[in-house]
Ligand binder design. Structure first.
Ligand code: SF4
Ligand code: SF4
Ligand code: F3S
Length: 266
């Protein structure tokens, strides 16, 4: 383990809830332990590293120095640009400063989740901290946007393994999202789609049509407007996804989804 080269990774946490990390560590194929132990050297992450305090900060700075231009920077969370960045500080420094420093020597940046990709709930109106996604701050590095609140663990793991295996970014769409996972709408792979096409809809969450598994469009499903792999890869090692659990898609991988009208109406 000590002699095999593994791609160094620095994983920053800013304004976020850590569920992107929680999702990642549940990836089953590829299994996350193989990635962390054999494919990458996860040199800094507030969630998973044993070190803390000065020791942790030293590990990060050692990596930035020794592997300048080589390491992958993963960012979980948005960056508050208001109040000169002071809404989110780690080790006495603002998220904005930390991001600018870590981005400088990065080979590429992965913006995990809707927080880092589009601001997510912190950026919802009136966005009191001026929460800003990574691509609006860093302009001189390749950035992969991986939206979703959180993204699917296997999607996150798949992107890392692609970069480590091929030494390059996966193919991205015009919004910077990997085409392999974001080319289709949830609606296009939804198993309830035949009901939609036949005009069979649940009218409320507890009516007979809902019990029959009819389409959830009339109770607010945003699958027709949402690009993600939930219908194919699913969640919890392929067990289920929101629509299979009886709830419409709320469009968690789309820009500004918190502001796109209410999820529920009375
Ligand atoms: Fe949490 Fe969602 Fe942000 Fe990920 S994108 S850190 S799951 S709020
Ligand atoms: Fe489309 Fe949603 Fe109906 Fe599935 S439940 S077919 S995603 S509208
Ligand atoms: Fe999110 Fe919709 Fe998938 S809410 S988890 S994109 S089904």
């Amino acid at each position: 383990l000590e002699t095999t080269y593994r791609v160094p990774v620095i994983w920053e946490h800013f304004q976020e809830c850590t569920c992107c990390s929680e999702s990642f560590i549940r990836s089953d194929h590829p299994i996350v332990s193989d990635i962390i132990l054999n494919k990458i050297s996860l040199d800094y992450t507030l969630t998973l590293m044993a070190a803390s305090g000065h020791q942790a900060e030293k590990a990060k700075h050692d990596t930035m120095e020794k592997y300048k231009g080589e390491y992958i920077l993963c960012v979980e969370g948005s960056v508050p640009m208001g109040a000169d960045g002071n809404y989110c500080c780690i080790a006495g420094r603002s998220a904005k400063d930390i991001l600018l420093e870590a981005a400088e020597g990065a080979k590429a940046i992965i913006a995990w989740g809707s927080c880092a990709s589009n601001g997510c709930v912190q950026a919802a109106y009136p966005n009191p901290t001026d929460a800003t996604p990574i691509h609006k701050i860093i302009k001189n590095k390749p950035i992969i946007r991986v939206p979703g609140c959180p993204p699917i663990g296997e999607v996150m793991a798949g992107i890392i393994v692609h970069m480590v295996t091929f030494g390059r970014l996966p193919e991205l769409d015009q919004m910077g999202r990997p085409k392999a996972f974001y080319a289709k709408r949830v609606h296009d792979s939804c198993y309830r789609r035949p009901y939609y096409d036949a005009g069979l809809f649940a009218e409320s969450f507890d009516d007979e049509n809902a019990k029959k598994g009819y389409c959830l469009y009339k109770v607010g499903c945003r699958g027709p407007m949402t690009y993600n792999s939930c219908g194919t890869i699913r969640w919890n090692n392929g067990v289920s996804f929101p629509i299979q659990s009886g709830h419409g898609c709320i469009g968690c991988s789309e820009d500004d989804f918190w502001d796109n009208g209410p999820f529920y109406e009375r």
